[in-house]
Ligand binder design. Structure first.
Ligand code: SAM
Length: 285
């Protein structure tokens, strides 16, 4: 944990006012100023000993302080807003050399080159890019399940529910299949809008994704994406009909994967989608 002592730092509200930070809606800026809450998020990440943590969007640095107070090896904080970065310089100095600030768009940052393994992601995500970021990290995990030790992320509750939804659930969809194929997904706790400054319009939820040592079943990630896109693209229809957009022999695909063509997308399990992706690979070979 090093010599970092968060008590030597000014309160977050003071950091915000002395740097004239005004929450920018375009950057999804809803800050957490209650350090008990940010400590709780850091704890939800589990044991961070020897782990390098990537935080997306540190803002004024509340969660960053909590992460620095854990046993994490180091924290790399990726922030797009220059004003927030300026405000974080004092924290960087206080925590040296365990905090590194990276200026830029998290969408352009390759997690595996910005920090050495073992690595984890912990973030109160900017909601406008949250699912795109997660999809990118899941693609990394599809190539190498050990590339990320864990992801502890704050999403809008509605996205969190989709991530954790089981088959048959109204919000079960492509993201549920992909996330659960690669990770064990747990919703940890809800955070009410009033806990943020300024408050967003929705409730938020902290989600923990623990990557599986191997995906739930074998499948090519691109083909899995294609079958889930086709099936959930028309989720009210029977898969016999929705899978026609793949422009392949659907009857043969269903036969060889053992899936009932009358089923709808939302009742098929992750294993069923993997079977479809494998059958699609066989048919395209
Ligand atoms: N972690 C802080 C907290 O909990 O108070 C701030 C969280 S706020 C929801 C999201 C943060 O992500 C903001 O600081 C915002 O500037 C930053 N951000 C938004 N889009 C970003 C992007 N594409 N890349 C990096 N940071 C981004």
């Amino acid at each position: 944990m090093g010599d970092f002592d968060p008590k030597t730092l000014p309160p977050l509200r003071e950091v915000i006012s002395s740097h004239g930070l005004r929450a920018k809606k375009s950057l999804g800026q809803n800050f957490l100023l209650d350090l008990n809450l940010t400590d709780r998020i850091a704890r939800a990440a589990g044991d961070l000993r020897n782990i390098g943590v990537v935080e997306i969007g540190p803002g004024p640095g509340g969660l960053t302080r909590s992460l620095l107070a854990t046993d994490a090896r180091e924290v790399i904080a990726v922030e797009r807003d220059a004003a927030c970065l300026e405000a974080l310089r004092a924290l960087e100095a206080a925590a040296a050399p365990r905090l590194r600030l990276v200026e830029g768009d998290a969408l352009d940052v390759d997690l595996t080159s910005v920090i050495g393994a073992p690595r984890a992601v912990v973030a109160n995500l900017p909601y406008n890019v949250a699912t795109v970021l997660l999809t990118g990290w899941l693609e990394i995990l599809a190539r190498d399940p050990r590339a990320i030790s864990s992801l502890t992320l704050m999403f809008q509750k509605e996205v969190a529910e989709r991530l954790a939804a089981p088959p048959g659930n109204r919000v079960y969809g492509r993201l549920s299949v992909l996330a659960q194929w690669l990770c064990q997904v747990t919703t940890v706790f809800d955070v009410p809008a009033r806990a943020f400054t300024p408050p967003p319009k929705v409730v938020s939820t902290v989600v923990r994704l623990a990557p599986r040592t191997a995906p739930l079943a074998p499948a090519d990630p691109d083909l899995l994406q294609r079958v889930t896109a086709a099936a959930f693209g028309q989720r009210r229809k029977m898969v016999r009909s929705s899978l026609k957009t793949l422009k392949i022999d659907v009857d043969e695909l269903l036969d060889s994967s053992g899936i009932d063509g009358r089923a709808r997308a939302e009742v098929l399990s992750v294993n069923d989608y993997c079977a479809l992706a494998r059958a699609l690979a066989d048919q395209s070979a």
